[in-house]
Write a protein that binds this ligand. Sequence first.
Ligand code: ZN
Length: 233
Amino acid sequence: MASAADLFSLQEIDLALDHARDRLVVIEEEIQEPDELRELRQVQEEKESVVAGLRSRQKDAEDEVEQVRSKANQIETKLYSGKVTSPKELTDLNDDLRSLKELTAKREDRLLTLLVETDEADGDLSSTKSRLSAAAGEWQARRDQLLAEERELKPEVERLQSSREAAVSGIDPASLKLYQLLRERKAGQAVAHVERGMCGGCRITLPMSVLQKARSGTGLTQCVSCERILLVT
Ligand SMILES: [Zn+2]
């Protein structure tokens, strides 16, 4: 027959096990990458593709400016070479040159607008990158902490499990059954201390006969109100 003290020792082990296992569950959840980080990474990818698109448009715009500029240069060279003498041809070349210069100016304006847009998008991307890197650093540090705690808890759970097996081996099946049943019903607390004549579980003042039986240590005595196993120390 198990004593209330035996069951109390078992309860201490079980409560420590409950605590360690609950903590491991919380760690398992907290160790996952936070949504904020995943979202920031996605935002960064989107901004990178915006910058890449702008850079490619910028490159095209630069080529287009270069094309009209070199065409204008060719015409200018021809115009001032002294080789063209026909007034009609000279007028045509002048007209061509003017319109090419206008086109160059237009294309340069467009390029400038793109340069400003690229610059802004670049700044935007850099600030997202620093936010992501700060958030990632924070999470990494938190994760390392949690992993270290997990590394300590796992062997602790194993140690508690062996202690539990040893403790259970000395307890008779009927007492163990009662203990398990009460633990399920009383949020893990199957055994309660008697404190100044009161049940430590539900605070009721215990009848003298119950107190005497609990003090005698013969068999298990349960609280008349909450049914917890009473332990007198
Ligand atoms: Zn009670």
